[in-house]
Design a binder for this molecule. Sequence first.
Ligand code: NAP
Length: 299
Amino acid sequence: MKAISQRSIGGPDVLETVEVPIPQPAPGEVLVRVAASGVNPADWKLRSGAVTVLGPPPFTLGFDFSGTVRELGEGVTEFGVGDEVFGMVLSRDGAYAEYVVVPVAALAPKPATLDHVHAAALPTAVLTAWQALTEVRPGDRVLIHAAAGGVGHLAVQIASAAGAHVIGTARAANHEFLRELGANELIDYTTTDFTTAVADIDLAYDLVGGDYSVRSLAVLRPDGRVVDAQGEPIDDPRYHRHYVQVSGADLREITPLIESGKLRVEVERVLSIADVVEAHKLSESGRVRGKIVLTTWAD
Ligand SMILES: NC(=O)c1ccc[n+]([C@@H]2O[C@H](COP(=O)([O-])OP(=O)(O)OC[C@H]3O[C@@H](n4cnc5c(N)ncnc54)[C@H](OP(=O)(O)O)[C@@H]3O)[C@@H](O)[C@H]2O)c1
């Protein structure tokens, strides 16, 4: 099969197409024919060595996929060959490939209302937002930094569906988009320091990093919290570092929101996997609204 691999850590040009054997599912795993693969900032961070959790290259990137089950490992009864599925895989043999092997616990049936491109855009971003915002209650004031990004635009909708008053930081060009998704107030961070524009926040969600978490502590209610997906941990009882957990069960729980239209995923760019270098350059720009998705090789 074809896969995108890299022999060294570096810029987007280290990504190359290689021919490798189709992986075999172990007990409790399935083999998925990947139709589309979502791009996450973690991909360029792993490619460039800013994040090293995959170990040294060679490896194949790609956490997110949507596709069709082609083979079942021993003991798998939850899925059948031909099922359309989506999920998240944390592996050195990721989803920038024709096929990926996935534990069944990481998979869910593809939402009936989505094509593979939109399903592949979701797993990492929606699991991150969903798990970070589980404690949001009706009436909470929730501040979401980088509201227009892959995680942020889903977080806006999840917090809004939970009954929160949602405030987002984004460039003015993204404000209308975010209002349509349920944001109540928006701050253009290029002209306004958010610490002067908001107060009494129950939960500030930091998807930017740098000093955003420290500065967000200043706008909390006394019992408010900062949840940080990105940045150096801070020693403060109101600060919580959050890491996404792979969970097919959570994807199943989120699916009714997607199928009822309450949660929609914005895909700004769909590129062929042959254009993976361009996809990484775009993701690295930090300017993508919603998600970038790669379509994989045709049969
Ligand atoms: N801890 C975890 O488990 C976990 C999981 C997923 C993601 N993450 C991390 O969370 C971060 C966000 O991920 P993502 O996928 O949402 O990223 P993304 O899609 O690449 O985010 C792009 C968005 O960031 C916005 N942005 C950039 N600088 C900003 C600023 N200073 N203030 C407000 N908005 C800003 C841009 O909107 P404008 O054009 O409006 O500026 C753009 O729409 C990344 O660093 C990622 O690595 C962590």
